[in-house]
Design a protein around this ligand. Structure first.
Ligand code: GDP
Ligand code: ZN
Length: 289
């Protein structure tokens, strides 16, 4: 049975990219919805190709499901900030990092609008986060600088672009998409019309070796409801020192014998990072016993 990925889902028709690169328009077997629920863009599905057309028979188990946009099996967030216009805020960057890591999404940081800042500035910011253990690239959607570097990180993954508004997420999605449009031969005029009126996400195949979600994901984040373990995923340099604290339950806030506080005093953990950690810890503690 051929296996493929749902890249578009409109009006009861699914566009599926089959292993090997062929794109087919499908309908779902009637009992599928009752058995497995709705099909979502990003789903891996198995198909039968019969005289009645291509039919989706089963949905493979999902690794994850994002709600906004509704898309399954995303395995990377590209977290975009602008070097200028709007000016990046380290606090907001760290807040996004925590939220995305709490959702267990690997993060690629992308510092955009390089053309508006000096190259030194972009490199410095990228290096700062690379030292903390995050992948980072520098781009300009305007001049296309850094396009190859970004693409290298996208291939092999299904990526969603996140970050505040105005930083260039849409411009970057446009920069990386291979053609302006999906292969259109397989898509009926009816479906094409539908595409402009729907807000459902599509996956854009990148040379068959990866996908980007065509609409941005998180554009703001809320930390309420997170656990301390979630918080630490956004602060790998703090998590790495926790074993050295006197108390196993150390929250790295005001406890004596805290290896993290010592590292902050020594300067081996950035003071700004630690401040953000404390601020987020206070936020997620609100309303907790
Ligand atoms: P989004 O809200 O994150 O999707 O941001 P957009 O892609 O809509 O871009 C916001 C504004 O920034 C638009 O006016 C873009 O033309 C502009 N923009 C995006 N990328 C760049 C860039 O690399 N350099 C410059 N100078 N402007 C950019
Ligand atoms: Zn501690």
């Amino acid at each position: 049975m051929p296996v493929g990925r749902v890249i578009q889902n409109i009006g009861g028709f699914q566009t599926v990219l089959i292993e090997g690169g062929e794109v087919v328009t499908c309908t779902a077997r009637g009992r599928l919805k009752r058995a497995q629920g709705e099909i979502v863009v990003g789903d891996l599905v198995s198909l039968t190709l019969g005289p009645e057309g291509a039919v989706i028979e089963a949905i493979e188990p999902r690794r994850n499901l994002l709600r906004r946009p509704l898309v399954a099996n995303v395995d990377q967030a590209v977290l975009v900030f602008a070097l200028r216009d709007p000016e990046p805020s380290l606090l907001v960057i760290d807040r996004f990092l925590v939220a995305l890591r709490a959702a267990e999404l690997p993060v690629l940081l992308c510092f955009n609008k390089l053309d508006l800042a000096g190259p030194e500035e972009g490199r410095e910011l990228a290096e700062y986060y690379r030292r903390l253990g995050f992948a980072a690239v520098i781009t300009s959607a305007l001049t296309q600088e850094g396009r190859t570097g970004l693409l290298n990180h996208l291939y092999g993954h299904s990526s969603v672009f996140c970050g505040p508004s105005g930083v260039g997420k849409s411009a970057l999605i446009n920069m990386v998409k291979p053609g302006a449009e999906l292969p259109t031969g397989e898509i009926s005029p009816k479906l094409r019309r539908g595409r402009h009126t729907t807000r459902a996400a599509r996956l854009i195949p990148l040379g068959r070796a990866g996908f980007v979600v065509d609409t941005p994901g998180y554009t703001q984040v809320e930390l309420a409801g997170l656990e301390r373990a979630d918080l630490l995923r956004g602060f790998p340099e703090i998590a790495a020192l926790a074993d050295g604290c006197r108390y196993r339950s150390c929250a790295h806030l005001a406890e004596p014998g805290c290896a993290v506080k010592e590292a902050v005093n020594r300067g081996s953990i950035a003071a700004a990072r630690y401040q953000h950690y404390c601020q987020f810890a206070a936020e997620i503690a609100v309303g907790k016993p």
